[in-house]
Design a binder for this molecule. Sequence first.
Ligand SMILES: C[S@@+](CC[C@H](N)C(=O)[O-])C[C@H]1O[C@@H](n2cnc3c(N)ncnc32)[C@H](O)[C@@H]1O
Length: 388
Amino acid sequence: MPIVPGELPRPDAAALEHSEHVAAHIRHAIGQADGAIPFSEYMRLALYAPGLGYYRAGAEKFGAAGDFVTAPEVSPLFGQTVARQIGETLALCEGDTVLELGAGSGRLALDVLRTLASENRLPQRYLILEPSAELAARQRDLLAGEPELAARVQWLNRLPEKPVRGVIFANEVADALPVERFRRDDDGVCRLGVGIEDDCFAVRKLDADGAVEERVRTLAERYDWGAVYESEFCPELAPWIQALAGALDRGMILMFDYGLPEREYYHRQRDMGTLLCHYRHRAHEDPFLWPGLCDITAWVNFSALARAGEEAGLEVGGYTSQANFLVGGGIGEAIEQARDERERLRLAGEIKRLVLPSEMGEVFKAIALTRDCAPPSAFAFHNIAARL
Ligand SMILES: C[S@@+](CC[C@H](N)C(=O)[O-])C[C@H]1O[C@@H](n2cnc3c(N)ncnc32)[C@H](O)[C@@H]1O
């Protein structure tokens, strides 16, 4: 998600009016909760309140006209490379199903399906679990352009009841799960919730229950924090991974996201956490600004993700940077097959955006959690799972 620095452009009147509706909805929830809600509840409402939240209303979101650019929106080479690894895994586990979580604009699904078709490795079913009806409609529209591929796609509202054999995968979904913020200082540990002050949203200190306090104290001791430390954790991450593990009979869960191993995530110097908001390709740090118009995200704790998978009986088949996954998966071969110099240059530019450390290559990671199945070949190139 490369970001353009600089001042935020101002939303138009219609967008501001929509944001005011979202804010009124959240204010109502705060009123119902006697003056404050946990940050995770604020984030859930700002992103997912039906008909209002960022992912549930009409915001453009992806691509040049939106707020951020995800890897599949940068180049079809991302989906093509991922598809070849999915194809390998389908063969390794004798799988018949691919399940994509949070398919966004549908671009990644289209690139993956096209590539699997060209390699004669189309799965029997390509399932998409997309909680946003608005995005599911966009995905249907995009895939309708290729009826033969679209015929294999089914949209789900929940995970399949019968565990699948094949690949479950997601790009930039874990970072969109609501997080809980906390602070540890001389007064102890508290959760940072959201209340109202002078008619604006404001941070409120809330009591940390026993489990949160214990969790934060353990982290503080392990990572030797300074006097004041603020960060976040994602309460939904482990249950989500465990539910996905329960939906996988044999094969692989493959995830891409920006994030870090726990010891780097909770490093003493990262004392303001990882929360970040996006509006029109600018990053900002104010989650209360224009609710419903800005994306709100937090980095993924990949150690916690891996632990949740292991507790659910999966193996960590591989963990590496997006750059190493793509290079190991053969993204460079596209350049060798380019028709002419012009195409070669264009592809080289796209690959640079996906793999350079200053772009998406280092901050984004790939992780494979496997069940009764070897990881695909991209992880043989560079696997740093031992750092988790
Ligand atoms: C940042 S977008 C990424 C979209 C797409 N994967 C891409 O790479 O362009 C996050 C997506 O995750 C979806 N999402 C959020 N929570 C989800 C969940 N619990 N399960 C599946 N998808 C979810 C959102 O609706 C949205 O489609």
